[in-house]
Design a binder for this molecule. Structure first.
Ligand SMILES: Cc1cc2nc3c(=O)[nH]c(=O)nc-3n(C[C@H](O)[C@H](O)[C@H](O)COP(=O)(O)O)c2cc1C
Length: 433
């Protein structure tokens, strides 16, 4: 047993505080995390990375391909880490400027956040900074950060009894206990390869190549994954259902290892918990939930209605969320066709709902298609006729497949570990339900 524990890889976590003030409560949360990782959580090496030396972003400061020295040093720290712990207050319902500035500097090409796991904790007034989590997650899609969904941590710092002392140290024992969980979950995804076999730090191109090879190896090993494809539009000639038909064809003809099934949401009644009688759901709902339960991942193809999810899709999500939540821990991808931005605004709402549902969305590639801009993308039956979009769909499916396998691989490792450390076993079991 000791040998297994000893062989547990050390995850390097960069901890970033979005507040600059000396007695910051959020920096206090990081100090607690640092203590916990030293004293009671094995396998995590955490370092606090100060963002206060960073100048305000101005691309004129980039000279001959070089960043200012404080930025270079910061980017290097992020590059060398496997995952990120963000501890930040909310300013005016969103990210703080210092945090956004740090995110932006490190996103300059090559983006050093790419493919890292991340967790968010926050302390503040009102909802404890929770509203800013969504904005950070939203920015994280483009940065290609993989945020854990659960547990969520936001702490109202001003509600009695006192949670922090006057130096910003966390003194609340319950919150300290809760702080153990997000750190553990930074271990959800495999750290990306950073060193070659001689221990040299890989440059971005070699890293990309290694990632590509790893992905090809996973796909080549061909374990079959089951994907449920859901369309958020009910009309017969729906373009979004057309996207699903393309996906189905691709999985039959040119992508191996994916078994996809279209799951119709039109038979679902509108959610009304009065329809649950003696713990039994209406038969159409039972059948739908069973299909989701049996799948490894989900492909959502939905238009945007009034900048958000469609009613039928939200209804299906809600039925599936009733306890036990059948969406939990599945990988997911979103594709959409519509006017304007091709449905892209609804992606953020779906991702947001997905935090509570515990869905793990792929970040890239993003797929949203303006269906009305010439040349025609769909025929009158809603079949996709645009070749470039078909190619893009293929990339989405391959990314979903790789992400699903990566998630499953990691989860099976977590099950093994759950037998080794009883203090965190409860947390893991919770996530695996
Ligand atoms: C410019 C500004 C805007 C703020 N907006 C919010 C807000 O939208 N929601 C909230 O919960 N607290 C808000 N606060 C209060 C902070 O959450 C609170 O001051 C917190 O303790 C700051 O975190 P720190 O202790 O880590 O510095 C705001 C504070 C500042 C300075």
């Amino acid at each position: 047993m000791e040998a297994v524990v000893a062989s547990k890889p050390v995850i390097k976590v960069a901890a970033i505080c979005g507040s600059l003030r000396k007695a910051s409560y959020n920096r206090g949360l990081i100090r607690t995390a640092l203590e916990l990782t030293k004293e009671s959580i094995a396998g995590i090496q955490m370092e606090y990375i100060d963002i206060s030396p960073l100048p305000m972003l101005d691309t004129d400061l980039e000279v001959d391909g070089k960043f200012p020295s404080a930025v270079e040093a910061f980017r290097q720290k992020i590059l060398e880490s496997d995952s990120i712990l963000f501890a930040s207050p909310e300013y005016n319902y969103s990210l703080t400027a210092p945090l956004k500035n740090a995110l932006d500097w490190a996103s300059r090409p090559p983006n050093v956040w790419a493919d890292k796991a991340a967790a968010i904790v926050s302390a503040g007034g009102g909802f404890g900074g929770a509203r800013s989590h969504y904005h950070l997650r939203q920015v994280g899609v483009f940065l290609d950060l993989h945020f854990i969904n659960k547990p969520e941590f936001y702490l109202n710092a001003f509600q009695p009894p006192a949670k922090f002392d006057s130096d910003g140290n966390l003194i609340d024992e319950d919150s300290k206990e809760r702080m153990k969980q997000p750190e553990f979950y930074l271990n959800v995804f495999q750290p990306s390869a950073k060193f070659d076999s001689d221990g040299n730090l890989l440059d971005e191109t070699s890293k990309e190549k290694m990632k590509q090879r790893a992905m090809e190896a996973v796909v080549a090993s061909k374990p079959m994954i089951k994907v449920a494809a859901i369309c958020g539009s009910l009309r017969k000639a729906s373009n979004n259902r057309g996207l699903i038909r393309t996906a189905l064809e691709l999985t039959k003809e040119s992508i191996s290892g994916i078994e996809m099934e279209y799951v119709d949401i039109s038979p679902l009644p509108m959610l009304n918990t009065d329809l649950v009688v003696d713990g039994k759901l209406p038969p159409a709902v039972e059948a739908f939930r069973q299909k989701i339960l049996q799948s490894d991942s989900i492909l959502f193809a939905s238009p945007e209605y009034n900048y958000s999810l469609t009613g039928p899709l939200k209804n299906a999500l809600d039925w599936g969320s009733l306890s036990p939540n059948v969406w939990a821990d599945k990988a997911a991808a979103i594709v959409s066709a519509g006017g304007g931005f091709g449905g892209a605004r609804s992606h953020y709402h779906l991702r947001q709902v997905g935090v509570f549902l515990d869905l793990h969305f792929i970040n890239k590639p993003e797929f949203y298609l303006n269906a009305f801009e010439p040349p025609a993308k769909f025929d009158s039956d809603g079949n996709l006729i645009d070749e470039a979009s078909k190619e893009k769909m293929k990339q989405v499916l391959v990314a979903l497949q790789a992400f699903t396998l990566r998630l499953h691989q990691k989860l099976s490792k977590q099950i093994t570990l759950s037998f080794l450390n009883s203090s965190i076993a409860t947390v893991m079991n919770y996530n695996l339900l």
